[in-house]
Design a protein. Structure first.
Length: 131
């Protein structure tokens, strides 16, 4: 096992098969900590982590920090679902959810989305090198 136990997915810490959704879980744990100032799993050993995964219910992020909007809380909590099938199925899906959260009632799209759109609308211009 490579990594910090407190940031490992349930399937990783239990030595089951992992895939990209394990990384989504770990990313969700980091996002949770950034937003709340607290770790979901503050553990030092693999055995402690397994026990916490099996017995500890994860507290909603906005229960610890009421300033976290419900929509953002939903994104974080989905990323740290214990079962991979209940998490985002790709980082693109999670990224889209975060992007929608950030921009649905505020400013426009990200630079990447805008660049992709413009390249589709103006394919010849996209081939030219920008000076």
């Amino acid at each position: 096992l490579v990594g910090k136990y407190g940031f490992m997915s349930p399937e990783q810490i239990k030595l089951r098969g992992t895939d990209h959704r394990s990384d989504i879980f770990s990313l969700g744990l980091v996002l949770y900590e950034v937003l709340t100032g607290r770790r979901v799993y503050d553990v030092r050993t693999r055995e402690e982590m397994i026990d916490k995964i099996d017995h500890q219910k994860i507290q909603r992020a906005n229960a610890l920090n009421p300033e976290i909007p419900d929509d953002l809380n939903t994104i974080v909590m989905r990323a740290i679902e214990k079962e991979p099938i209940n998490r985002y199925q790709s980082v693109v899906e999670m990224g889209n959810a975060l992007e929608y959260y950030m921009y649905h009632d505020r400013y426009g799209p990200t630079n990447e989305k805008l660049a992709t759109y413009l390249a589709e609308v103006f394919p010849e211009e996209a081939k030219k090198e920008v000076l």
